[in-house]
Ligand binder design. Structure first.
Ligand code: SAM
Length: 372
């Protein structure tokens, strides 16, 4: 059976202004700004790459990811005097034409690089790796953030691997799990699925993954492949959920090889989650998929985290920074919760906290923690 052409099937008019598009953009906006500010201090030039850029402005006037990224880059460049490339690619010729028009109206600056139309995302990645402005001998010299937003299943794992093998790269992927579920039922789009997981029989992979239903198994298998196959150290996934219909719209999956990036994304997702649109899916909590609010942090959660800490480090000596790195991916809590739990344990006489000129009631990443 011929594979569905996801690019042609995407309807920009239908998706503009929709709530899930708005949340996707909110996350992008909130993350990209600190990412650019932090990374520009490590390199005079950095880059944002929108491999599946879309038209820039939607028919109802809503701004798409290219314009959002450009505004942020503009702001950071004018404040910090750095150089930020914004690279836009879309394989649909009509969309590229619309994007050029959107950019022409709003921006005229030399930092913007629009890759020629009808380039598949993977060719765009190859072009970047062969472009001496950004790379030498196939190795990137510029930190890059890749937004992978096809709104379909055109996300080859090989491409993600190629990106994440490079130094200082990050990815934010929209993973259309419902399309994978449909494939599980119909067995169409075989080739696309093989590329998505970079595996000759992805169904085997999904059936081996943890989780009770096919949807959970599919997202767990994808995240698992990012870790084991693409070598991504830190992956965080959030389910974007339609509350009324009680169904998953898609997952946002962030991959980074640096704890700082991972923590920043988790903190942002957590804050947005408190507004009620995202579910946190901790690796040990497959059932959390049924909830759509990030757990509150009252007394029971504080006690739960205190118990987890004591169980994890019996009689051990470590530091607050290491505890965060060890446990941030494991539980649906953020730094302030860890701080509260450890200070609570100190009051209970179960840990000693020490550090140069430390004031009681404070806890910094460099402070040591002895579990008694
Ligand atoms: C969801 S839209 C992008 C929306 C945009 N990121 C935003 O947030 O405003 C997906 C775009 O990906 C393009 N696309 C789909 N498959 C592609 C591929 N293999 N390579 C490059 N572009 C592709 C489509 O033409 C479509 O314009």
């Amino acid at each position: 059976m011929a594979e569905r052409d996801w690019a042609v099937s995407y309807d920009h008019a239908a998706f503009s202004g929709r709530i899930h598009t708005a949340y996707k953009h909110k996350i992008l906006r909130k993350y990209l700004h600190p990412w650019m500010v932090i990374l520009r201090s490590t390199s005079p030039t950095i880059a944002y790459v929108d491999c599946y850029a879309g038209p820039g402005i939607y028919p109802d006037g809503t701004e798409g990811s290219p314009l959002i990224a450009l505004q942020i880059a503009d702001d950071v460049m004018s404040k910090y005097g750095c150089r930020i490339w914004c690279i836009f690619n879309d394989r649909d010729e009509r969309v590229m034409e619309q994007l050029r028009n959107s950019l022409r109206d709003r921006y005229e600056c030399e930092q913007v690089l629009v890759f020629s139309s009808q380039t598949d995302a993977r060719d765009c990645v190859d072009q970047i790796l062969n472009d001496e402005r950004f790379a030498s001998n196939g190795r990137l010299s510029v930190p890059m953030f890749f937004f992978i937003d096809p709104f379909g299943l055109n996300v080859p794992m090989q491409m993600l691997k190629r990106i994440m093998e490079q130094p200082k790269t990050e990815i934010l992927v929209t993973f259309m799990v419902k399309d994978v579920v449909r494939w599980g039922e119909t067995h169409a789009y075989e080739q696309t699925m093989k590329e998505l997981f970079d595996h000759p029989s992805p169904l085997d992979l999904i059936e081996q993954a943890d989780g009770r239903d096919f949807e959970q198994q599919a997202i767990n298998a994808f995240v698992g492949r990012l870790h084991t196959h693409a070598g991504v150290k830190h992956v965080i996934k959030y389910r974007v959920f339609n509350e009324q219909e009680r169904r998953t719209l898609f997952y946002l999956v962030h991959g980074s090889n640096h704890f700082k990036g991972f923590k920043l994304m988790k903190d942002i997702m957590y804050k947005i989650g408190l507004l009620g649109a995202f579910a946190y899916l901790g690796p040990d909590h497959p059932d959390e998929a049924q909830t759509f609010l990030v757990p509150s942090f009252g007394d029971p959660e504080l006690e739960q985290l205190k118990r987890l800490l004591v169980e994890k480090y019996p009689g051990m000596s470590t530091s607050f920074g290491i505890i965060l790195e060890d446990m941030y991916a494991e539980v649906p809590f953020i730094e302030k919760h860890f701080r509260a739990a450890l200070l609570g344990l100190e009051e209970d006489g179960k840990v000693e906290i020490f550090g140069f000129r430390r004031r009681k009631g404070t806890l910094k990443k460099g402070h040591g923690v002895n579990f008694l």
